[in-house]
Design a protein around this ligand. Structure first.
Ligand SMILES: Cc1cc2nc3c(=O)[nH]c(=O)nc-3n(C[C@H](O)[C@H](O)[C@H](O)COP(=O)(O)OP(=O)(O)OC[C@H]3O[C@@H](n4cnc5c(N)ncnc54)[C@H](O)[C@@H]3O)c2cc1C
Length: 288
């Protein structure tokens, strides 16, 4: 399929991109890696008259420490996330999750910004952002603001960003040293989106869970933050009975669509299986 015709713009700065967005309005779309947007345009699910390519804006790339936070530019690719020593040492679940996205070809071009800002619940990074309590730096008509990932995803392809907004960076507080983590993803084949996936970050003290956060991918119209399940686990030794109760609580908030990846009930169960595995692996990696 061939996309509809569009004008191509390549700003050199965030200010120039925002000015273009303001001028061209809803007939324009930001282009990052294009690995979600271009397929949608080819299927005529998106028909923007203007593409504003962010690839020429150096300020949108890179990964840096800022106190206890790691700040990642929106145009940083999934490949860059995997290659970052800073992330490997501070937030290793970022590397583990990136490595499970699609294939090297997609990861060399697809960006963190494009992955989290499209509001696609099938993408892997949004649930991880909920789990890690990330926040998004957004610039738009009203200036710059910081939006919490927990609250950002409002519906299928709907986020808290407004028309004219642009994501510039993602800020993630590094979990404490010695934390356990795991991203478990069930997919039909390499390069496929998740049938279901679970992200877990936890800390242990004296053999008990001191803190726990859980995100679920592709089992509802939005990524899910499984707060009740994490509460059930906190204070426990992650014994089988408590894990079972927490998994039931996580499954209860899912509402997956039935699609080629399986019936809804199956995908809910697979979310539970992924969560059980992620908890076991996170525990095995945690100190304390
Ligand atoms: C074969 C294939 C398999 C894939 N499998 C997976 C997978 O398993 N897991 C997964 O997570 N992803 C998967 N993807 C998606 C891939 O990771 C995409 O690259 C990614 O989701 C979107 O990033 P992008 O940089 O390509 O964004 P684009 O496609 O350029 O943009 C996506 C959307 O975000 C908007 N946008 C982009 N940047 C900004 C910004 N800075 N501010 C505001 N809005 C912005 C765009 O306007 C567009 O609406 C797959 C893609 C392909 C082609």
């Amino acid at each position: 399929m061939i996309p509809g015709s569009f004008d191509y713009h390549r700003p050199k700065s965030v200010q120039e991109a925002l000015a273009l967005l303001g001028k061209l309005g809803d007939d324009s779309r930001l282009l990052a890696g294009g690995h979600s947007l271009i397929p949608a345009m080819k299927l005529r699910l998106a028909t923007p008259g203007n593409l504003i390519d962010l690839a020429g804006i150096a300020d949108l790339k890179g990964i840096r420490a800022d106190g206890n936070d790691v700040v990642i530019g929106a145009m940083t690719t999934q490949h860059d996330l995997m290659a970052s020593e800073l992330l490997a040492s501070k937030i290793p679940i970022m590397r583990e999750t990136s490595a499970q996205i699609a294939d090297p070809q997609v990861r060399y071009v697809g960006t963190l910004g494009g992955n989290v800002s499209g509001g696609d619940p099938a993408n892997d990074m949004p649930a991880l952002m909920l789990c890690l309590n990330a926040s998004f730096h957004v610039s738009g008509k009203g200036g710059e603001r910081k939006l919490a990932a927990r609250g950002f995803y409002q519906g299928l392809y709907m986020t808290a960003m407004q028309s004219g907004d642009m994501l510039t960076a993602v800020r993630i507080p590094a979990p404490p040293a010695g934390h356990g983590y795991a991203y478990e993803k069930l997919k039909r084949k390499i390069g496929d989106f998740a049938t279901a996936a679970a992200a877990v970050v936890l800390t242990m003290k004296g053999g008990k869970v001191e803190s726990c956060a859980i995100g679920l991918t592709n089992v509802a119209d939005t990524p899910l933050f499984a707060e009740e399940a994490a509460k059930i686990l906190t204070g426990s030794v992650l014994d089988a009975a408590t894990v079972k109760r927490a998994v039931a609580a996580a499954e209860a908030i899912t509402s997956p669509a039935e699609d080629a990846r399986g019936p809804a009930a199956y995908r809910t169960k697979m979310a539970g299986v992924m969560l059980t595995r992620a908890l076991a692996r996170a525990k095995s990696r945690a100190a304390g």
